[in-house]
Design a protein around this ligand. Sequence first.
Ligand code: SAM
Length: 201
Amino acid sequence: MAFTYFFRDLATLNAIKEHVIPELRKHKYMNVWDAGCAMGPEPHSLAIIFKENLGYYEFKRLKIYATDLDEESHEFGKIIAEGIYPEESVKRIPGEIFAKYFSPNNKPGHFKIADEIIQCVSFQKHDLRTLESIWDNSGLIVCKNVLLHLQESERIDVIKMFHKSLAPGGFLATEQTQKMPGRTAYLFRQVTPKVQLFQKV
Ligand SMILES: C[S@@+](CC[C@H](N)C(=O)[O-])C[C@H]1O[C@@H](n2cnc3c(N)ncnc32)[C@H](O)[C@@H]1O
């Protein structure tokens, strides 16, 4: 199983806080698609960043759709809904955030995320290679450390599908090493040179 952990990419989370949340909060619904979410640390980290930067009622308008192949049937949906994670995956979370949103679990060496965070994330199985969007009008799509598994031509088709699926002015975040292919660059503007965060044009 691909190892992943909470707050894996702080620079991108900070860029989402600075550039994406102020735009999305202007809308009635805030829909985020986390494509290739593995067992959930990434969508839950996103939910925490939104929670930290939104008001109480605003946060209720946030929905995070987390998808993955879950090829080996590790039951990502069950893990994400339970929100219980081993110490190894939570140890890079900033101290004050950890204290606020995590509590020790009966299972030794495991911690449970606060229910308010778990409740805004829902999982469904989905293969990006189908080129079918799970949800149109997303304000933000996060797809990190996934596109590298695809062939160049598949990657371009997936990015085009993301572009179509995004709401006008919506955002796409990929990992630092995943540069925007030349053939899809005209579809987006890079929001900041610091990270791979793009806005639909
Ligand atoms: C390295 S993990 C990345 C997890 C998380 N996004 C992160 O950056 O921490 C890659 C994930 O992509 C998923 N994946 C690979 N190919 C995929 C596809 N065609 N459609 C959906 N998910 C895929 C894998 O199952 C795996 O969980």
